[in-house]
Design a protein around this ligand. Structure first.
Ligand SMILES: [Zn+2]
Ligand SMILES: [Zn+2]
Ligand SMILES: [Zn+2]
Length: 144
C-alpha cells in the first residue's frame, strides 16, 4: 500500500522539492484519472488538506505542466482547461460530439510515427495528446 507515485520521482529527478501542496495535488490528479478543472482540483485539495492554499495549487499545476506530467486541455468545450495526466508521456481520448462522454485509451501505437517525426524534423518528442471525435452507441440509437 501507499505506493510511491512515479510523478514524485519525476519531481525529484528535476531537483524539485516534494512539498505538501505538490504531493496532494498529484494525489488528487491521480485519483481523478486526470479529468479535473483547476477549480475541481482546488476543491479536492481543500477536502484533503485545508492548509494548502489556492496559489500553491496553481503553482503546482504550472510546474507539473512544465515537466510534462499534466497538460491543460479543452475537452469539455469550455474556457476552463481540464487537466489530464500524461501517463508515460501521452494521453488519448475518444469523445462523443453529442453527449461529450470521454473514453480514455492507452495503446495509441504511435511509437513509429514519433520516431519518424523526430528524424524528419530533427527534434526530440517528449509526449503527445490525441483525440478522436465521433458519436457513441447511445447517441446513435437516440438519433435513429
Ligand atoms: Zn454520446
Ligand atoms: Zn483522459
Ligand atoms: Zn500515445
Amino acid at each position: 500500500m501507499n505506493k510511491q507515485s512515479p510523478y514524485i520521482q519525476i519531481l525529484r529527478e528535476h531537483g524539485h522539492r516534494i512539498t505538501q501542496a505538490r504531493r496532494i495535488v498529484l494525489r488528487v490528479i491521480e485519483d481523478a484519472a486526470g479529468h479535473y478543472t483547476s477549480a475541481q482540483i482546488i476543491q479536492a485539495v481543500e477536502a484533503l488538506d485545508p492548509r494548502v492554499g489556492r496559489a500553491s495549487v496553481f503553482r503546482a499545476l504550472e510546474l507539473f505542466t512544465r515537466l510534462g506530467i499534466l497538460r491543460p486541455t479543452y475537452i469539455r468545450g469550455g474556457m476552463t482547461p481540464v487537466y489530464v495526466l500524461m501517463s508515460g508521456g501521452h494521453h488519448h481520448h475518444v469523445i462523443c460530439s453529442e453527449c461529450q462522454v470521454i473514453h480514455d485509451f492507452d495503446d495509441c501505437g504511435l511509437d513509429d510515427m514519433t520516431r519518424q517525426l523526430e528524424t524528419r524534423l530533427n527534434l526530440r518528442i517528449d509526449g503527445h495528446l490525441l483525440e478522436f471525435y465521433g458519436v457513441c452507441a447511445d447517441c446513435q440509437a437516440a438519433d435513429a
